[in-house]
Design a protein. Structure first.
Length: 385
């Protein structure tokens, strides 16, 4: 089976590791993968197992069809080059799979032009308003009423949010990560906290689109620092404040800038994030991140604003949940999260939850099953396709 994967810039930056795991797993099942990256990303790290091509992700709706045709042309040439052929023929693809709402229109147009089925991952509430337009695009023109599409949700909560707003079927395929058998960092982290009893670290991942809940977190942090006298190093991704300049000014007014560091591409630098003490999601936008699952699997305390669209944020089972974006609630959550002895049962429970529900192999098998269902069971096997 031949799969063309298309990712938008935001998804490619955040979930590069997940895409690679999925691709390698599908290749092990016999699939051939062609990955299309946004040109705005530059040249992502390559792989000898995967044919890569860039596409123009910036442009008007009027130019979409032209940009899609260029992607198809460039993909055919890349496939021919990787196979050692001097010239390219028509691009042969069984399924187009789009990741991230900013590439849904491109993915639908490519699938329409190639007359092949389309799978689209929905991992936040950001794309819910685009669903109807995306479905209509695939149904338009040559693909006609025989066009096949499926929405793929990373958990049941997101699938439930889709129900009633889409014509295509919705399939739940839980995302997966590699889960260590034990939590070796538990003892080391506890010892580090004892040795540096007043120093803590946190990585914060806001959506960047809503300042109010982030400001509430900052106020809670200020109260925690004043109450305990502890120091907290707070790391933000460099894109965190892209739509929340007021939150940055609020941090300045609170006198917190000395505690804040902005790290370029932090979400893709999981080696850095997984060495922090806690991971914080300060707003509720239905954003699913495998980084959160990695944190749970690795022994980080996850603290998050209650979000009914993310099933794996379970109060006192996988995370410390803040019911409302209020400073006093964030202060209490921070005080609890930095108390390692109080959090150890939560960390073990979160690790167990991820190992039971979100392993990488199951994600691969779920996507494989979705592709076979989408193509009517053809090819009947991945191997050799």
């Amino acid at each position: 089976m031949r799969i063309l994967m298309i990712a938008d810039e935001s998804f490619a930056r955040r979930e590069h590791a997940m895409l690679r795991r999925l691709q390698v797993g599908l290749i092990d099942e016999g699939a051939r993968i062609l990955q299309a990256w946004p040109r705005s990303l530059g040249n992502p790290e390559g792989s000898p197992l995967i044919t890569q091509v860039s596409f123009e992700d910036k442009g008007s709706a009027i130019s979409l069809s032209l940009r899609a045709r260029r992607l198809i042309r460039d993909a055919a040439q890349a496939e021919a080059s990787s196979s050692g052929q001097l010239s390219s023929g028509p691009l042969e693809v069984d399924v187009v799979h789009g990741f991230g709402p900013a590439c849904w229109a491109m993915s639908a147009e490519v699938a329409r032009l190639l007359e092949v089925p389309l799978a689209l991952d929905v991992s936040s509430d950001a794309g819910l308003a685009r669903i109807a337009d995306t479905e209509r695009r695939l149904m338009r023109g040559t693909a006609g009423s025989d066009a096949a599409g499926v929405w793929i949700a990373p958990d049941q909560a997101m699938a439930d949010a889709l129900t009633g707003s889409c014509a295509w079927p919705v399939r739940v395929v839980p995302w997966g990560v590699h889960v260590p058998r034990e939590l070796p960092r538990l003892a080391a982290a506890s010892q580090r906290m004892e040795e540096t009893s007043s120093l803590r670290s946190a990585c914060v991942f806001p959506s960047g689109s809503d300042a109010e809940p982030l400001c509430a977190l900052l106020e809670g942090l200020k109260r925690y620092l004043e109450t305990t006298g502890n120091q907290v190093l707070v790391f933000f991704d460099d894109r965190s404040f892209s739509g929340s300049h007021s939150a940055w000014r609020h941090a300045e007014r609170l006198g917190l800038l000395e505690s804040i560091s902005v790290v370029a591409g932090m979400e893709s630098r999981r080696d850095l994030v997984l060495h922090a003490d806690i991971l914080i999601h300060p707003d509720a936008r239905g954003e699913h991140r495998t980084l959160t699952l990695d944190a749970m699997a690795s022994g980080l305390v996850v603290v998050a604003l209650a979000d009914e669209l993310v099933s794996w944020l379970v109060k006192d089972q996988t995370a410390i949940i803040v019911a409302e974006p209020r400073a006093e609630l964030w202060e209490a959550a921070l005080a609890r999260s930095f108390d390692r002895s109080r959090c150890e049962p939560l960390l073990r429970s979160a690790h167990r939850y991820v190992s039971e529900h979100h392993v990488a192999h199951a994600h691969v098998q779920g996507i494989r099953a979705a592709y076979l269902a989408l193509t009517g069971g053809f090819p009947h096997t991945f191997a050799g396709s």
